[in-house]
Ligand binder design. Structure first.
Ligand SMILES: [Zn+2]
Length: 123
């Protein structure tokens, strides 16, 4: 499973919402939720990045409550300028996580215990 791919799918989801072509179905159509949520929200790249479960620490809470309080609709999508602003923040946050995952991958070195030369150089 490729976390970078999953988060890139999330960026695309928010791009479609910003463009007014799509709605937000929360857990049901969130690419990482579909894989990691399962009622416990463990291992999701968003959760690992924020250090909180259930998208706390991301702009999602603002999006969610704005949708309920300002619009009160079942379908979460862009209805006003504030929706658009928060959806953009959400998309940018997903972009930030993709960049973070890519940087992490680039910085990671192979495990030294898996390097046969190092194992041979015992005392
Ligand atoms: Zn709104």
């Amino acid at each position: 499973m490729n976390k970078i791919r999953i988060m890139e799918a999330s960026v695309r989801k928010w791009d479609r919402i910003i463009a007014g072509k799509s709605t937000d179905g929360g857990v049901l159509d969130c690419p990482p939720c579909r894989i990691f949520y399962m009622l416990i929200c463990i291992g999701c790249p968003i959760s690992e990045y924020t250090g909180h479960k259930f998208c706390k620490g991301s702009p999602y809470g603002r999006w969610y409550w704005h949708q309920i309080e300002a619009h009160g609709k079942m379908r979460k999508k862009v209805y006003c300028d504030e929706c658009l602003e928060i959806a953009r923040e959400m998309r940018d946050f997903m972009v930030e996580i993709v960049a973070h995952l890519k940087a992490e991958k680039a910085a990671s070195r192979p495990d030294p215990t898996e390097d046969p030369e190092k194992i041979d150089k015992g005392p």
